[in-house]
Design a binder for this molecule. Structure first.
Ligand code: PEP
Length: 251
């Protein structure tokens, strides 16, 4: 399985800025993702079309939206449908990111609804899961991951192509804080995630990429990518600059 090297640009970059970063990435990477790597950049809606056009200069790279509403069209002011995302040239969408769960108040059920709808409408989905520090300290790690995975994948059709889904484990306390989970934390938690994925996805679980996210940087990416059950990384802050994201991609 290729390692998925994913960037989440959050609410950063205008269209012009996004294109400039993609062009810089294309130059450093000489127009091609390294062997064994697939690159995905999750881009703000307003920059998605331009960034997707620019991304076609990098073989093995694609773009995604950071959010989506589970309807094809309608009276949903401020929302974006999977049709619109695909029309921008993007093929992925992120669901369940902790900032949407905790700042925008998205429920597990709504995350599941979006995940199923996106997959049913031809987008590839990266479903994010992860516990808060309070939940971890209260011994609730497994319960939280189980609930988020079960509800997040609830409506997913059994015939969904395996390459359409990825799971990103991102401990909330490690996102944007500079605190990376320890090697032991990642190995232990990814083993739990994989076990839960097997219960829910059956045979497809081992072919479904499981990414780690949370303060991944050029200095720690190589050692994280080498761990058991780590099939890629989802990178926020360190993906904003072409130089540091390409170092991670090449780690
Ligand atoms: C993220 O936004 O998904 C993330 C992991 O952010 P950071 O790398 O900045 O912790």
């Amino acid at each position: 399985m290729k390692k998925l090297m994913a960037a989440n640009w959050k609410m950063y970059k205008t269209g012009t800025e996004a294109v400039a970063t993609v062009k810089e990435m294309a130059e450093i990477l000489q127009g091609k993702a390294p062997e064994g790597r697939e690159i995905i950049v999750f881009v703000p809606f307003t920059a998605l079309e331009k960034a997707s056009e620019a991304m076609s200069a990098i073989e093995g790279a694609s773009t995604g939206a950071e959010n989506m509403y589970p309807a094809l069209e309608g009276a949903f002011t401020g929302e974006i449908s999977p049709v619109m995302i695909k029309a921008c040239g993007a093929s992925w969408v992120l669901t369940g990111h902790s900032e949407r769960r905790h700042i925008l108040g998205e429920s597990d059920d709504f995350v599941g609804e979006k995940t199923a709808f996106a997959l049913a409408n031809g987008l590839r989905v990266m479903l994010c899961i992860g516990e808060t520090l309070e939940e971890r300290e209260a011994g609730l790690l497994r319960n939280v991951l189980e609930r988020q995975l079960k509800l997040g994948l609830k409506g997913v059709a059994a015939d969904t192509p395996v390459e359409s889904l990825a799971i990103a484990y991102e401990p909330v306390w490690a996102i944007g804080t500079g605190k990376t989970a320890t090697t032991e934390d990642i190995v232990e938690t990814h083993a739990i995630c994989r076990e839960l994925m097997r219960e829910i996805l059956g045979d497809k679980a081992d072919k479904t990429p499981l990414l780690y996210g949370g303060s991944v940087k050029p200095a720690n990416a190589g050692s994280i990518l080498a761990l058991d059950n780590v099939d890629g990384v989802l990178v926020g802050g360190a993906s904003l600059k072409a130089d540091s994201f390409t170092q991670i991609i090449n780690a």
